[in-house]
Design a protein around this ligand. Structure first.
Ligand code: FES
Ligand SMILES: [Fe+2]
Length: 434
């Protein structure tokens, strides 16, 4: 971020802290229909038109580190394998043998020069090509060239591996848009995978995710964890094309972030030296459509990923990526040791605070006591996300009683930001009257 942009962001944060109403011209957000969280019909539309058509974070290169490494990946439903080819290219395939559909890979992870189906030993190269069929003479006219593993789009941002089930989708880079550039300072090509754990939650994936898409709740449910770091009143939200969003907030005036950091016991944190001023001194968090939320700082990139496992259940992945921590213990921002849990880990306090109401909210939503959701200007990232859900599905496909209005116009979407002109006008008015 250049120094002029940093100055504008700082001024905007101050302006947000002082405004007495939403910015003039910002639309009143119509209620979000309750059934978007409880309708099997809407869930099916999400599955078909969102999760099958957008880029999804699947893995970190450290999980398939060398040529021949592979891993299974089932978070989006279909059985997939991610394979680091012997030619160095990382690819994704359906884990489905082209003979009779057996899984080609049965281990969660491994390393091999060839992938051999355990059923009848059809054999594939790591680029998916079918190269071996036992008793081939008994198959009449079998064209092996057309029987390779079926690929799934797979592209990387630094060491992060994303997949997309839509062969016609735009590139990952275009999908990220201006965010790809904003993320350059975080060195995604150098970050190691430090921790990856998952937890099952008893609520719709949007209920779980929306707890991480606004800072309105921070003073109330995080008085001791987040509130000392984030001045929620001076938070500024940015909306990006494609349903993405960002929050940026300074620390409270009375407590500086560095002093908070010093209180935390973090013996082996390494800083990402290229991170600029705001990443070092402020809190920012990016929502990447549809299911990634991550604060990014000069110490960590720790995404929370929300996978729908049914209409009313979610798998929450808690991931920490960090610069090389040497031989010390790998940092894990979101989980803590817990001997009583099967995985040996439990959600850290901050995550427990954010997930505590999910199950009860889901039950409320299924009761007649829940009608619709009024969202404030501060919660505009949530509304923007819903707008984009309907756009991905196709607004006309969404039954009218489940739709959200496309209320937020392009004039509020980055790089447009009417608040900058409003703020400058305010300052000019003040100078005139002063
Ligand atoms: S199902 Fe894979 S070889 Fe027969
Ligand atoms: Fe929170």
């Amino acid at each position: 971020m250049d120094s002029a942009t940093i100055a504008t962001m700082k001024a905007l944060m101050e302006w947000e802290g002082q405004r007495k109403a939403p910015p003039p011209g910002f639309p009143k957000l119509p209620d979000v229909p309750a059934a978007r969280y409880t309708s099997a019909e809407y869930y099916a539309l999400e599955q078909e038109h969102i999760f099958r058509k957008t880029w999804l974070f699947a893995a970190h290169l450290d999980e398939v580190p060398e040529p021949g490494s592979f891993m299974r990946w089932n978070n989006a439903g279909d059985p997939i394998i991610i394979v680091h080819g012997t030619d160095g290219v990382v690819r994704a395939f359906y884990n489905t043998c082209r003979h009779r559909g057996a899984p080609v890979v049965t281990a969660d992870k491994g390393c091999a020069r060839r992938l051999v189906c355990p059923y009848h030993a059809w054999t594939y190269k790591t680029d998916g090509t079918l190269v071996g069929v036992p008793e081939r003479q008994d198959f009449v006219d079998l064209d092996m060239a057309t029987r390779g593993l079926i690929p799934v789009r797979c592209e990387m941002f630094g060491k992060l591996i994303f997949v997309n089930f839509d062969d016609g989708a735009t590139s990952l880079r275009d999908f990220l848009g201006p965010i790809a550039e904003e993320w350059e300072e975080f060195g995604f090509d150098k970050l190691r995978l430090a921790a990856r754990h998952s937890f099952d939650l008893a609520c719709n994936w949007k209920v779980a995710m929306e707890a991480n898409m606004e800072v309105y709740h921070v003073p109330f449910i995080h008085p001791e964890t987040v509130a000392p770091l984030v001045d929620a009143k001076r938070n500024v939200n940015h909306l990006y094309p494609g349903g993405h969003g960002r929050m940026l907030a300074p620390p409270p005036r009375e407590m500086q972030r560095e002093s908070v950091r010093a209180l935390e016991n973090a013996p082996n944190w390494t800083a990402i030296e290229t991170v600029g001023e705001l990443g070092r001194t402020h809190t920012q968090s990016y929502t990447i459509f549809p299911n990634w939320v991550s604060p990014l700082s000069n110490y960590f990139v720790p995404p929370l990923i929300f996978w729908p496992t049914s209409l009313t259940s979610t798998r929450l992945e808690l991931i920490t990526m960090a610069p090389d921590w040497g031989d010390g213990e790998a940092p894990d921002l979101w989980t803590v040791p817990d001997e009583t849990s099967p995985s040996g880990r439990a959600m850290a306090r901050l995550i427990q605070e954010d997930t505590q109401f999910g199950e009860a909210i889901q039950r409320s939503m299924e009761s007649r006591g829940f009608r619709s959701v009024p969202l404030s200007y501060q919660e505009s990232r949530i509304y923007w996300f819903h707008q984009h859900c309907d756009r991905m599905i196709g607004v006309d496909r969404v039954p009218p009683d489940l739709r959200v209005e496309q209320a937020i116009g392009a004039e509020w979407v980055s790089p447009n930001d009417p608040r900058v002109a409003l703020m400058e006008q305010n300052a000019a008015d003040l100078a005139m009257t002063g």
